[in-house]
Each structure stands twice: as structure tokens, then as C-alpha cells.
Design a protein around this ligand. Structure first.
Ligand code: BGC
Length: 500
């Protein structure tokens, strides 16, 4: 109840920092959450009427998952959702961010064929969360495209926009009376860039063409979903709707080099700005990105740019199609220009033409290239405030520490990361960043895409050898609970474990 009030406060009143106000702790209208996504936790991939997604297909047929594992069972949240609600409640978070598996409710992707068991599952989860005072925050698409629709072109096809809008309309109708916060897409830049390389499903090989078509259609689908919600649901359901974009932080490799400074800025625009600039600013891609792709396309002999063009009408609809920006942040890179010539086979890497590295003195995590740099989150938040304007409310929808599969319940590295990154958010707010929420990734260890089960992001350990997939809190879970309750970071807090 208290949370619903504060959420409305966030929506209605812009409680953006009063000039020169210094917070010694997070304000009352700031909310903390924890997140997961459907394919990574649900399991039951073909039970109770669920249809196949591109991740089901990829894990069953491609060799790209490090440990050759699948999400067939994962954390088995489909059967263990009551246990998920119990641990979410134990953390004392205000909201739980999870995604809907499109093919669990519409097995073929199209809305003519409805799976009631799937609807029951999400109803139970939503109602169960609300019963313990936790607000559901729903991501409508977290990478698991229906396989049937992929075979008809997936996100490279503009027909996907129509199928997506039909799907989200039904989801708003089904659950919107009890859901206040919606996210249209999770990390579309990641999905579109890496899904057209051999990193992520659908594992296609077309980052120089397919990635741009995918992004173009996702941006139009996002704007369509925003518009649909405003016209048909907002007045009754009164929720808010945004998109979660991921961004690294880029530093110039040489802080004194103008070229490297430009390269770092271009890297942010090329990846984050690809989606953020159209949606949060102009309705169109950033000029620097348009120019670079047009130039490369010309050099490669294309009669026009490989970057598609929005119509004037589309631009009007895309521009400002948000209530908030969801931001996912994990890593920092040193950046400088590369001197690649135009490749015959177009790729995003060749378009971008940059070299990235990490400083060997930075503290590593178990994923190569991902380091612990809390000040990067502070800098990124301030940069976004300038780039998009400080009126844009930011909810950090993901940040988290990836541990090795040897980690134990005693996880000082995760605690360090957590304290550092949460403090960085408060520091950024004290310098003017308009941040309203922090949602940790992840509630529990789960299927980590191409890394299978070899990387651990959870506050809760999951025993993947136990048929019941028992969840056990790590020490960091208690630290997060303390941050939420006290609304501040206490680096000296050294808890015992939760009692189980
Ligand atoms: C994704 C999550 C993923 C996390 C850690 C993000 O890119 O949204 O699904 O598990 O990073 O790699």
C-alpha cells in the first residue's frame, strides 16, 4: 500500500531534486527492486501448453552455450513461484521485475491461440506478489521471440510490430488492472546487435544489416505500445511505461587525447543513442550514427544507407514515447578510434570503427572484460542527464555482479559491488541525476544465456542438482535488505545469514 502511494507520487509529482538538496539517504519516493527474466528462470519450456521460443530452439540445436545447458528447467519458477514470492518478500524490496514469456500465453505467438495455464501462472504470480506488498514490474519482451514468428523473419520483419502490438494489448487487458509499471523491451541494443552475431539467439550472421532492421522495428513497436497504452489503458489503469536500455560507460583511452574523447562519446551514441536518441529526444537516430553508417554503406557499394529511415509520421510517434528510462549498466571500457577500412561484409563492428579495452588495474569479475567501476555508473547517470535532459526519470533496471560458479554463500565481492554501485547512484543524485529506482540483477542464480549456468548473478544460490531447485540466501541478500530498510549504504555492515 505504502509503495503504491509512493509510486503514484513518482508519477504525478516530479519530486526531482530541489536545487542543492543533498541526500544523506535515499528519499522516501525512491524504490528498490530485484529482477529476473522468464527464459532464465521459469523452466517448463514445453509444459502446460507453452510454445517454443528462439531460446528453446537455440539451446536445443546450436553449440553456442558454454556448458551446453538449456533453460528447460532452469530455476523451475513455473512450479516454484511461491518460493520466489517468499524470497522476494524476505528481501523487503518494493518491486519485483520479471518478464512474460510470450509463448507461455500465446504458444504460436499469435493471439488467436490462448493458453489459459500460462495466464493462470502470471495471475498467481502477480496476485501473490501484491498480497505480500510487492509491486509487480513487468517486462513485455526479454529476448524470447516466439520461434514460429522467427521463422517468418523475426524482428527483421516489420510484421513483427503488428504481432507484438496484438500481444501487448492482450497482456494489458489481462493483467493491467494490477500492474503499474511496464517495460516494453529489455536491452534491445544487446538483443539486436548480438542476436545477429553468434553470441545470442537467434544466432544469425547479419550485424551490418539485420541488427539495424531489428532495431528499427523494435523502436516502432515500442512507440506503438506506448501509444496504445495511452489511448486505451492509461486512464483506467494509471500505470507507467518505459523501455530498458543498456549502456556501458566509455572512457577515452588517453584522457588527454581529443580523438579518444570523441571516440568514447561516439561509442555511447552508437550503442545507447541508437535507441535513446529517437525515443527520448528527436524521433530519429543520432546524426553522428546516421552519417557514419551512410558513409560506410557508400564505401561498400550500397545504393543507400543500411540504416533504415523513419517517416515523418513515425518520428512524431516515437519521440517522447516514454514515462521513464530503464537503465541497465554492467561494464566500462577504454575507447579509441580504430583505422579499419570498409569491410566487404558489413558489420556493426566495422561501422563503429573503435577499439575498446580495460585497464588491467581495474578489479575484474568472472566475466572477461567486465570490471567493478562504481564511479562509471555515477558518470553515466550524469552524462545521460545532459544527453537526454534532466527531465527524464531514470529507473536503474539492472546492475549486478557476476560471480564464478565456485562462489559460496559468503560473497564479499558481490557485497562490495552492491555497496559501491548503490552509493554511486546516491552520489549521482546529489549531483543532479534524476534517478527514481534501483533494481538489482538478479534475484537468484539462473540460466545466464551464452554462459549457461557458469556465471552467478543471484542474491540467492539455486541448487541446480536438486529437483526442487532449492534457493538459499547469500550474505549479499541481507546487505541489500539492510540498504532497503535504512535507505543507505553502510560499508561496515557485516551480517549473519538469513535463517532458512
Ligand atoms: C540481461 C540479463 C542478463 C544480465 C547479466 C543483461 O544484459 O538483461 O538477462 O542475465 O545482463 O548478463
Amino acid at each position: 500500500m505504502i509503495f503504491i502511494f509512493s509510486l503514484m507520487f513518482w508519477v504525478v509529482v516530479d519530486s526531482h531534486k530541489i536545487q542543492n538538496q543533498i541526500y544523506d539517504r535515499f528519499p522516501e519516493d525512491f524504490f528498490f527492486g530485484v529482477g529476473t527474466s522468464a527464459y532464465q528462470i521459469e523452466g517448463a519450456w514445453n509444459l502446460s501448453g507453452k510454445g517454443e521460443s528462439i531460446w528453446d530452439r537455440a539451446t536445443h540445436t546450436t553449440p553456442y552455450i558454454t556448458d551446453r545447458s538449456t533453460g528447460d528447467v532452469a530455476c523451475d519458477s513455473y512450479h516454484n513461484y511461491r518460493e520466489d514470492i517468499r524470497i522476494v518478500k524476505q528481501l523487503k524490496v518494493h518491486c519485483y521485475r520479471f518478464s512474460i514469456s510470450w509463448t507461455r500465453i500465446f504458444p504460436n505467438g499469435t493471439v488467436n491461440n490462448v493458453n489459459q495455464d500460462g495466464i493462470d501462472y502470471y495471475n498467481n504470480l502477480i496476485d501473490g506478489l501484491r498480497a505480500v506488498g510487492v509491486e509487480p514490474m513487468i517486462t513485455l519482451f526479454h529476448w524470447d521471440t516466439p520461434q514460429v514468428l522467427q521463422e517468418l523473419g523475426g524482428w527483421a520483419s516489420e510484421t513483427m510490430i503488428v504481432w507484438y502490438l496484438e500481444y501487448v494489448e492482450r497482456v494489458f487487458e489481462l493483467f493491467g488492472d494490477r500492474v503499474q509499471v511496464w517495460t516494453t523491451f529489455n536491452e534491445p541494443a544487446n538483443f539486436c546487435q548480438f542476436g545477429y552475431t553468434q553470441v545470442s539467439a537467434p544466432f544469425l550472421n547479419s550485424s551490418g544489416i539485420g541488427s539495424y532492421l531489428c532495431a528499427h522495428n523494435i523502436i516502432r513497436a515500442h512507440a506503438g505500445a506506448y501509444d496504445l497504452y495511452q489511448k486505451k489503458f492509461k486512464s483506467r489503469q494509471k500505470g507507467i511505461i518505459g523501455i530498458s536500455l543498456d549502456s556501458f560507460w566509455n572512457e577515452p583511452a588517453d584522457p588527454n587525447s581529443e580523438e579518444d574523447k570523441k571516440a568514447a562519446q561516439f561509442s555511447l551514441e552508437f550503442y545507447f543513442g541508437w535507441f535513446a536518441w529517437p525515443i527520448f529526444k528527436t524521433g530519429d537516430y543520432p546524426d553522428a550514427v546516421k552519417l557514419q553508417i551512410a558513409r560506410r554503406s557508400r564505401e561498400q557499394g550500397f545504393p543507400r544507407s543500411r540504416l533504415p529511415v523513419f517517416t515523418r509520421q513515425e518520428q512524431m510517434k516515437i519521440r517522447r514515447s516514454f514515462d521513464y528510462l530503464g537503465l541497465n549498466h554492467y561494464a566500462t571500457f577504454l575507447t579509441k578510434p580504430d583505422n579499419q577500412t570498409a569491410s566487404m561484409f558489413p558489420t556493426r563492428q566495422n561501422d563503429r570503427n573503435l577499439i575498446e579495452s580495460v585497464d588491467p588495474s581495474w578489479k575484474p569479475t568472472s566475466r572477461s572484460g567486465f570490471t567493478v567501476r562504481p564511479e562509471s555508473l555515477r558518470k553515466l547517470l550524469l552524462w545521460i542527464g545532459q544527453y537526454l535532459g534532466s527531465h527524464v526519470k531514470i529507473a536503474i533496471t539492472e546492475s549486478g555482479y557476476n560471480g564464478a560458479d565456485t562462489e559460496t554463500l559468503d560473497d564479499p565481492e558481490r557485497i562490495d559491488y552492491l555497496n559501491g554501485y548503490v552509493q554511486a547512484v546516491l552520489d549521482a543524485m546529489n549531483q543532479g541525476a534524476n534517478v527514481k529506482a534501483f533494481t538489482w540483477w538478479s534475484l537468484m542464480d539462473n540460466f545466464e544465456w551464452g554462459d549457461g549456468y557458469t556465471k552467478k548473478f543471484g542474491f540467492y544460490h539455486v541448487d541446480f542438482n536438486d529437483p526442487r531447485r532449492r534457493r538459499t540466501a547469500k550474505k549479499s541478500a541481507k546487505v541489500y535488505q539492510n540498504i532497503i530498510v535504512t535507505r543507505k549504504v553502510d560499508p561496515t555492515f557485516n551480517p549473519s545469514y538469513f535463517k532458512h
